[in-house]
Structure formats: structure tokens, C-alpha cells
Design a protein around this ligand. Structure first.
Ligand code: NBP
Length: 484
């Protein structure tokens, strides 16, 4: 074993343990440290026994065991622990050494930390790591950003441990400056919320409108996973639906219907609101989790508020085929909106994002991995300046083909009282996006009426603003607007 490690890792919890085992299996020697130091010995004498790990019992000891430039990676709880470890590391590091945060940090924290660490003559990387426990061990998707000079020093290690797609390309590449990597990971998580929500809405329709058993649904998801919806989340839904509890009944039906969340979906929506980008599908997905969490209130409301009893009289197989189209169409919208937001954030933060490369990074190893992402990569390869995914010829054609069935699904759900907030808001976005004229002319008239907010006219050049004295007793003073 080498005396000095190629890289060091702080944080031997689920992600850290599995990621260092992955690194070691690719031939790297890894120094390991954890706040609760007993876990270091427990790991090197347990899962890490007989492998190329160098245990460290203090931060000083940890840093002294790293080859220069030192690469000290943290996989600890996001938030204050990351700042605390940065403070502990800095006094022991030398110019050119690299601190890496692989946790789910908020991108604005990573922007701040990159600036701070660079001000000390060091380099910083904030990298998204997706794929959970199994991904960390067998090949995660990794989205690094931060100090660009740091990338050549970690590229080989990161790309060796990352998941690979069919042609061997790693699901890891440089994303951009300061917080870009964590921003892209945040969007990934937002899309994950959206993909999960639309699958849940399809399940709800199959169960409550079509009256299908879990086994019947399992068969549908099994088929879908061999077609254009082929993805990790469809695959695990297939398996969940087939899973039986000890009494032979589907376990899924015994699980309480309240969803948890850790905040990355919310961060995505907050960023969308800040940037003025309509991220409706992910927004509805976050709010659906919030509504699910109001269990007691919903139970009380269910006794008071009446709606239609679901009743399906049409062609069941047709509705199942329509559901596939609804999922496909909504998925296109979700990615179109997510990419729209990334493009806007990149403008604001001066990130030179490789949009096709991001699709490739998500193509394997992570929770949203799917064959679909290959088409997104192609769309940006064909046109690196593509303004919106819906304007790519292939996606334009696919969404047009999906809309008929998708509309039937939303109409049936709404008339039968089954909530489909993500599927329907995505369809509304599609209809809004393809509208040359929306009713915002009336809205501007209303704003001008009550607040003298002014309006532009269709028969005058853009940028020329008008105010009308709608009531005859208003004044000529106008109000300022902000534009998002
Ligand atoms: P956790 O998020 O549970 O964090 C555990 C680690 O953080 C342990 O090393 C623990 O040390 C350390 N830690 C805590 Br907790 N509080 C600390 C403090 N105040 N000061 C210093 N260290 C502290 O571990 P995880 O689930 O492996 O996740 C690691 C990171 O990766 C997180 O940012 C997470 O959001 C992200 N992530 C997780 C997943 C997943 O599937 N779990 C997937 C993708 C990303 P201790 O042993 O002394 O308590």
C-alpha cells in the first residue's frame, strides 16, 4: 500500500463509505476520517478490511496522509458541518490543495465557499453525487463545479468511479464555475420530484379510475420499461407494485400516503421564481408532497367535501396507452422547463454550462436516468444554441404525437375527480407556450386600471409604454414595474 493517499474522504456514512469503496476498487488509495472517530476504525476493520485505506484519527493526521496537491473530499450532512470542516482543514492545507464537497449543498453556499476557499489560496469543488447508496458504490452520476483549475487534478478519479453509459462515456464531466455543479444537481433533484409525481398520478388513475390491481399495474409498468419510458423510476415502480407484504397483499397499499422531502425540490422552485422561469411541473410536484403531508386535514375534508365518484366506461387499454402518452408528454415538459431554468441561471451566474453534457451525466448512475436523456443530448449536439427543448424538431414531433392521449387522460381525471396537478399543469404549459397570444393583454389593462402600471400596444413598437385614465377621474402619474 502507498504511504500517501490519492484522495481523502471525510464522512463515513452511507454515501461516504460506499464512494470510498468504489474509489479503492478502481485502484486508488483513500485516506478516511469521520467526526465520530470510532467509525474510522469500525470501517477499516469491517467493510474496508484488507483494502487500500489509510485511517486518520485527527484532521491534521488526515491531511498529512494526502499526496499533493491534496484532495480532501467531504461527504457530510449539508449545511453548517461543511463550513465547520472547511475551517478545520484550511490551517493544514497549502496553496493549490483542493477541498471538495460531495454533499447536497445549496448552490449559493457553494458560490460563497468557493470564493472563500480561493481567497485562502486553495481550490474548491462542489459536486453533486447522485444515485444513492448503490450509485455511490457501483457508479454514481457526478456533477462537479467550482475552481476550474482543480478539475484536471480530480478528473481521472471522478470519471473512474462514475457510472458509464453504453459507449463507455462517464456520467461525470466539468459543469462550470463556483456553484454550477450543485445547481445542476439541484435541478436533477427537481426533475426527480417531477418524474415521481407524474408516475404517481398515473398510478392513481390506474387504481381509482380503471380499478386495476397492483399486479395488473405491475404488468403495465413492466411493458413501459421496455419502451420509450424506460427509466430507473419506472423500473422501481414496476418492482414496488409487485412487492407483497407478509400477508400476501401489496405492500404499497399499506404505506401511509404522506410524502416527505429534504428541500432540494423546494430550492429548485425558489430559484425558478427568482429567475422568473415557469417551472410549473416541478412546482406542482413539490406542492403535491405538501398536500399529501396534510393528512389529518384531508381526512376531515373528505367527510365534508363531495366530488364525483370515479367511474370509467371507456376502453381500458386505450386509457392505458393514453397514460403512457401523458407521462411521455409531461416528461418532455419537465425537462424543457428544467433546462430553461438552467439556461437562465447560467446567464445570471456567468456559467458556461455544457447542456448536452449534463444530459449525458444524468444518462446513467442517477435516479432520473433514462433512455430519454440520450435524445436530449442529441438535441443539444444538433443545436448547441437551442432556446427550448420543445423547439427541437424531434421533441416537437414527439410532444405533438403525445398530446391527444394526454388530453384524454387529463379530461378523464378531472371529470372523475382524480387530482393530476403535474400532468395537467404540464399540458397547460404546453398550450401556453405554443400560444402566440395569451390573455395577458387583459391583465395589463387591469394592472393599469388599478395601479397605473402602464401597458405596451400591439400597434406600437416594443418598449413604448402607455397609461389610460380608465375611469375618467384618475391622474397621469404612472407606476414603475419590474420585469421577470
Ligand atoms: P448524512 O447526511 O447522514 O451525514 C452523515 C455524516 O455527517 C457523518 O459523517 C456525520 O458524522 C457527519 N455529521 C453530522 Br450528521 N453532523 C455533523 C456535524 N455537526 N459536524 C460534523 N460532521 C457531522 O450522510 P449521507 O446520507 O451519507 O449523506 C452525505 C451527503 O450526501 C449529504 O449531504 C447528503 O445530502 C448527500 N447525499 C445523500 C444521498 C443518500 O442517498 N443518502 C444521496 C445523494 C447525496 P458522525 O458520524 O460523527 O455523526
Amino acid at each position: 500500500m502507498k504511504n500517501l493517499a490519492d484522495i481523502g474522504l471525510i464522512g463515513l456514512a452511507v454515501m461516504g463509505e460506499n464512494l470510498v469503496l468504489n474509489m479503492e476498487s478502481k485502484g486508488y488509495t483513500v485516506a478516511v476520517y469521520n467526526r465520530t472517530v470510532e467509525k474510522v476504525d469500525h470501517f477499516v476493520n469491517g467493510r474496508g478490511a484488507g483494502k487500500n485505506f489509510i485511517p486518520a484519527h485527527t484532521i491534521e493526521d488526515f491531511v498529512s496522509k494526502l499526496e499533493r496537491p491534496r484532495k480532501a473530499m467531504m461527504l457530510v450532512k449539508a449545511g453548517q458541518p461543511v463550513d465547520d470542516f472547511i475551517e478545520l482543514l484550511i490551517p493544514h492545507l497549502e496553496p493549490g490543495d483542493i477541498i471538495i464537497d460531495g454533499g447536497n449543498s445549496l448552490y449559493t453556499d457553494t458560490i460563497r465557499r468557493t470564493k472563500y476557499v480561493e481567497s485562502k489560496g486553495l481550490l474548491y469543488i462542489g459536486t453533486g453525487v447522485s444515485g444513492g447508496e448503490e450509485g455511490a458504490l457501483k457508479g454514481p452520476s457526478m456533477m462537479p463545479g467550482g475552481s476550474p483549475e482543480a478539475w484536471p487534478h480530480v478528473k481521472d478519479i471522478f470519471q473512474a468511479v462514475a457510472a458509464k453509459v453504453e459507449d463507455g462515456s462517464p456520467c461525470c464531466d466539468w459543469v462550470g464555475e463556483n456553484g454550477a455543479g450543485h445547481y445542476v444537481k439541484m435541478i436533477h433533484n427537481g426533475i426527480e420530484y417531477g418524474d415521481m409525481q407524474i408516475i404517481n398520478e398515473a398510478y392513481h388513475i390506474m387504481k381509482d379510475l380503471l380499478g386495476m390491481s397492483a399486479d395488473e399495474q405491475h404488468e403495465v409498468f413492466k411493458k413501459w420499461n421496455t419502451e420509450e419510458l424506460d427509466s430507473y423510476l419506472i423500473e422501481i415502480t414496476r418492482d414496488i407494485l409487485a412487492f407483497k407484504d407478509e400477508d400476501g397483499e401489496p405492500l404499497v397499499e399499506k404505506i401511509l400516503d404522506t410524502a416527505g422531502q429534504k428541500g432540494t425540490g423546494k430550492w429548485t422552485v425558489v430559484s425558478a421564481l427568482d429567475c422568473g422561469i415557469p417551472l410549473t411541473l416541478i412546482g406542482e410536484s413539490v406542492f403535491s408532497r405538501c398536500l399529501s403531508a396534510q393528512k389529518d386535514l384531508r381526512v376531515a375534508a373528505s367527510k365534508v367535501l363531495r366530488g364525483p365518484a370515479p367511474q370509467f366506461e371507456g376502453d381500458k387499454q386505450q386509457m392505458i396507452d393514453d397514460l403512457k402518452m401523458a407521462l411521455y408528454g409531461a416528461k418532455i415538459i419537465s425537462y424543457a422547463q428544467g433546462y430553461d431554468l438552467m439556461m437562465e441561471a447560467a446567464k445570471e451566474h456567468n456559467w458556461n454550462l455544457n447542456l448536452g453534457g449534463i444530459a449525458l451525466m444524468w444518462r446513467g448512475g442517477c435516479i432520473i436516468r433514462s433512455v430519454f436523456l440520450g435524445d436530449i443530448k442529441k438535441a443539444f449536439d444538433n443545436n448547441p444554441n437551442l432556446r427550448n427543448l420543445l423547439l427541437d424538431p424531434l421533441f416537437a414531433e414527439k410532444i405533438s404525437a403525445a398530446q391527444e392521449g394526454w388530453r384524454r387522460v387529463c379530461a378523464a381525471a378531472i371529470s372523475n375527480g382524480i387530482p393530476v396537478p403535474a400532468l395537467s399543469s404540464a399540458l397547460c404549459y404546453f398550450d401556453g407556450f405554443r400560444s402566440e397570444r395569451l390573455p395577458a393583454n387583459l391583465l395589463q389593462a387591469q394592472r393599469d386600471y388599478f395601479g397605473a402600471h402602464t401597458y405596451e400596444r400591439i400597434d406600437q413598437p416594443r418598449g413604448k409604454f402607455f397609461h389610460t385614465n380608465w375611469t375618467g377621474h384618475g391622474g397621469d402619474t404612472t407606476s414603475n414595474s419590474y420585469v421577470v
